[in-house]
Every structure is written in C-alpha cells, then in structure tokens.
Design a protein around this ligand. Structure first.
Ligand SMILES: [Zn+2]
Ligand SMILES: [Zn+2]
Length: 381
C-alpha cells in the first residue's frame, strides 16, 4: 500500500490551522475533487483521502490523537485505516450535487463527517488518551499504579439498547432499518435519486419510543473508575502504554476502544536519564582530584564506592557499567555515568592560605601540563 499522506498536507493547511480554516480548506478541496464535477480518474480516490483527513482533523479527540501519533497509531493497527471506511468505490454514485453554490456540501456528507460509515451496524468505541506522571524511580524500576479513567460504559439498566426496561428499540418504519432513504432531487444535471441519511432514525435504523432513563437512550453512561496499570521497568518519558478495552464502550455490540497512557517523566533531584543510562555530576575537592580517593556515590540501587584516581581532571567522566536502568525488554541494563566537577575552595583564612602557598612552592609549574603549555605560547607572542 502506498504511504498515507499527512492529513494536513491533504487539506493543504499548516499544523496550527484553526477549526474554521480546516473547514474552509475541506470545502475548497471538496469542490475541486468531488467526482460529480471532477472527471479525472483519480478524483474519487482524492475525495476519499480528503474526507478521511477532514473526518480526523475536524474532531478534537481524533485530531489530538493524530497530532500525537500520526498515522502510525501505537496499537499497530494501522492508525485510522479503514476506521472511517465506507468511502469505497462507488460511494459517490448516489449523491445529488448542487453545482451552483455547493452550499449544502456538508449536508451531502452528513454534517461534514464521514457519517455514511455504517451507522446501523456494530461500532467500535472511541480510544481515550491521557498523560500519566511517573517518578524517576517508578519508570526505572516499574510500578503498578492506580489510574482513574473516565469513559463511556455500557448502560447496565438497558444493556446498551437505549430502550427503557420492558421495551425494545423498534425497526425504523421510514427506512425499514437500513438508515438510508432515497430522495428525488433536481439540479442542473437533471433529476437524481440521492441516498441520504434517514431523518427519522438518524441513520441508525432503529427508533427508541421509550428511552432508558439512566442513559437517555444512548445506551452508554459516562463513568469514572479506578484501574490498576502495570508500568514496565525501563519505560521512558513520552512512551505510551495501551490498556486494551478501557476506552469508550462500543455501540450495537461493537468492541470497546482502548486507553492510551503516555508517560510524563518527572525530574529527579540528582539522577538524569539518557535512554537506559543514568547520568549526574559529582563535585570532588581539588585535593581528592590531585591525590585520588575512594568516594561514596549514589546509584539507583543505593550507595556505592567509586575510585577517583590521582590526577583526575575537571570534567572527566567515569562509567559504572550495568548500574543504569533495566531495558524495557530483556534483562540488559544501561550504565551510570558520573561527570566529575573539581571544586576549588573559597574564602580561606590566613592559616589555610599559608598552607597552600607552601604547597605551591612544593609543586613546580611543570606538574601542570596545560598551564606550562600556555606559558610557552605566551612567550612566543
Ligand atoms: Zn440505558
Ligand atoms: Zn430510519
């Protein structure tokens, strides 16, 4: 299959386009490519692409999802492919088209959305996306966390039918349950028979005479519940976990959507994360750097000893192999990197200064290679 084009590119707009601009761009493109006016062989495919782009970008939730994940939705299911289907070949045959003003182009497409998608069949529930804050330790070691999620659940009172107890949703007598009716219309091209959404049942094919009181006939109620989610060790900032079936419930027997939790990693007071490695800066004194020492340092497993060899320079980096974060898959671990920052004492008293002067006399300038090198350059000037 050819690579899907970016939805913004399809409509010829920028990422930051406002809802109004998206609508305008869609109208403009629809006028250009509608198969009733554009007789090029690819017009229908183009129109399909335009409709799909508009379907997503005109819906706040779908747009947010697309902005975050693009076509490559993290469930690996090929993103929006097929989800809004039914604009397949022949899909425009039944449209009446007003060449004059195109003013009712939105009516033709059912309110501007791909609502010709089978409204009377099972429909999968919407996915839900939200952020989850994890501490450095939680993400590094993994954590089971209680997450509160607000989603649509199938109404228990009516079992999702939307009809009050003891009643059932009846088949629409206007469309005979198909959700579509034929309408004769006259335009510049002559008289057409157009297939339009049945107004009596709103395209569902069913009419509820006595709506369920708990869900108002929708068959679903918005509920907030707590679920326990296991975040694996090694999960990182901006990574997304899918919790299957915890999105909105489906309609007419359709499956529930999924819940997508995207990690926002909180910063740590000492550790910094680079992939699976842990890094931080360790201050050591000029004396420790000069003669070397064994020093206590922090790791994500607790305290450990690090040997600082004599003659350690400012900015030198030490690697503690395998002391980083366990990979999200497999048993390997990252490393810990400690960058040394040599600290020079400030505000010394006269006794201390005297001691250092004596030390300075003991250590000749030739012991400072870079300093010596600079002095030689100075002489050349
Ligand atoms: Zn109900
Ligand atoms: Zn109907």
């Amino acid at each position: 299959m050819a690579e899907k084009r970016d939805y913004y590119e399809v409509l010829g707009i920028g990422k930051g386009a406002a809802a109004d601009d998206i609508k305008k761009a869609y109208r403009k493109k629809a006028r250009e490519y509608h198969p009733d006016v554009n007789k090029n062989s690819d017009a229908e495919a183009k129109m399909k692409e335009i409709n799909e782009a508009y379907e997503v970008l005109s819906d706040d939730d779908k747009k947010a999802h697309y902005d975050r994940f693009g076509h490559a939705s993290p469930h690996g299911g090929g993103g929006y492919n097929g989800g809004y289907g039914n604009y397949s070949t022949g899909g425009f045959g039944g449209f009446d088209f007003d060449i004059g003003g195109f003013s009712d182009i939105f009516d033709l497409f059912g309110g501007g959305r791909a609502s010709r998608a089978n409204r009377s069949g099972p429909m999968k529930g919407e996915d839900i996306s939200r952020f989850i804050d994890l501490t450095f330790e939680e993400a590094a070691k993994g954590v089971s966390k209680e997450v509160s999620v607000t989603h649509l659940e199938k109404c228990k009172t009516c079992g999702g039918s939307g009809a009050a107890k003891g009643t059932v949703a009846e088949t629409c007598t206007v469309c005979g349950g198909t959700g579509q009716v034929n309408r004769q219309q006259t335009s510049l091209f002559g008289t057409f028979s157009a297939s339009v959404t049945c107004q009596n049942c709103n395209g569902t094919g069913k009419v509820i005479k006595n709506p369920c009181r708990d869900c108002g006939g929708s068959g679903a109620v918005r509920t907030t519940k707590k679920i326990t989610v296991k975040f694996p060790h090694g999960i990182n900032d901006n990574e997304t976990l899918r919790v299957a079936g915890e999105g909105d419930c489906g309609k007419r027997g359709g499956a529930s959507g999924d819940l997508y939790l995207t990690v926002r990693l909180q910063s740590h007071f000492l550790f910094e994360r680079r992939g699976y490695d842990v890094v931080y800066t360790l201050p050591i004194t000029i004396f420790e750097a000069s003669i070397g020492t064994e020093i206590e340092v922090a790791t994500i497993d607790g305290k450990a000893k690090l040997t600082i060899p004599e003659g350690t320079q400012n900015g030198e980096i030490f690697r503690m192999r395998g002391k980083g974060i366990q990979h999200i898959r497999g048993s390997g671990r990252g490393d810990q990197y400690i960058k040394v920052e040599v600290e020079v004492p400030k505000s010394l008293n006269s006794k201390q200064k005297k001691a250092i002067k004596e030390l300075k006399g003991e250590v000749s300038e030739s012991s400072f290679a870079r300093r010596k090198n600079f002095v030689e350059k100075l002489k050349k000037l």
